[in-house]
Design a protein around this ligand. Sequence first.
Ligand SMILES: Cc1ncc(COP(=O)(O)O)c(C=O)c1O
Length: 373
Amino acid sequence: MNAYDKTGIDDLPIREELKGKSPYGAPQLDVPVQLNTNENPYPLPEPLVARIAERVAEAARSLNRYPDRDAVELRTELARYLTRTGGHPVAVGNVWAANGSNEVLQQLLQTFGGPGRTAIGFEPSYSMHSLIARGTGTGWISGPRNEDFTIDVGAAEAAIAEHRPDVVFVTSPNNPTGTAVEAAVVERLYEAAQAAKPSLVVVDEAYVEFSHRASLLPLLEGRPHLVVSRTMSKAFGAAGLRLGYLAAHPAVVDAVQLVRLPYHLSAVTQATALAALEHTDTLLGYVEQLKAERDRLVAELRAAGYEVTESDANFVQFGRFPDTQEAWRKILDRGVLVRDNGVPGWLRVTAGTPEENDAFLDAVRELKKEQNA
Ligand SMILES: Cc1ncc(COP(=O)(O)O)c(C=O)c1O
């Protein structure tokens, strides 16, 4: 091509802490059964697709104008949804929305983290928490978990007291393990975080609609430094929409205004999300089917001789494998893509349609036979 060809990232004057690092990269492979990114396997129902087309056409008529910067109609409907399903009254002033909960989390770290500040998460957990910390110049502290992947509360309190982080991440249900966190645990971590700093505690509830347990939203009462983050990517089956949101004290919503880009949420996104919210009940019906499939996966994996971590999400962590990469490859050779999250001995499978789950179960049963032979 030309003389610029040999330039690599590290030859560019990028920030020191980004040198030699890799971007987020779940493999996007063209395989018959893709159960690796915790997506909802069901396409949106046709009546909803038609409603989206209608609402987007309406929005298109004023695309010459910037969208509602405060997304008031959408935040009102999200507040209504949370109030109806979360066991806690939520008003429009408690809600903020952005392009996926990843952007919500990024705005929180831009506001409450940043250079000279730190965030803690209890790992293994959602890898983007540490990546967003890195991207926002926030120092990252990896906190501990118990052998069974529950949070070791005593050790977590000690880590918070020692490091005095500015932001504490609690993921419930946790990704990649599926583990839900009890309200009492969040209460203790919140107390520890306030005593140490005080800091912001972010409860990431991306998968909560799939949980056996109730949402942690009621904990917002009397806790102005607590944030619950949510997404339409999983339960609403709308990962392609890119719509995440948070519920918190209105002061937190005011604070993130300081870093959000003006008009960050396009009119098309707002129209699409509003259409999806009109169909909440149908979409939550799919969630019930997925919960049943998740429970079937747990039972069948155990029957096939695998260890399984208790799951409250739309995915299941299973193992153990002496060589995780090899097991991942052998399942892939059978046409099924699962996820290796780098947790030694464990892989993660997303609950798909009954047919996809059957294909996965056939593959892992064969693998077990091969291992035992
Ligand atoms: C725990 C957790 N939080 C947040 C997200 C991000 O979701 P989105 O940015 O699609 O809303 C994910 C996606 O996999 C997740 O696993």
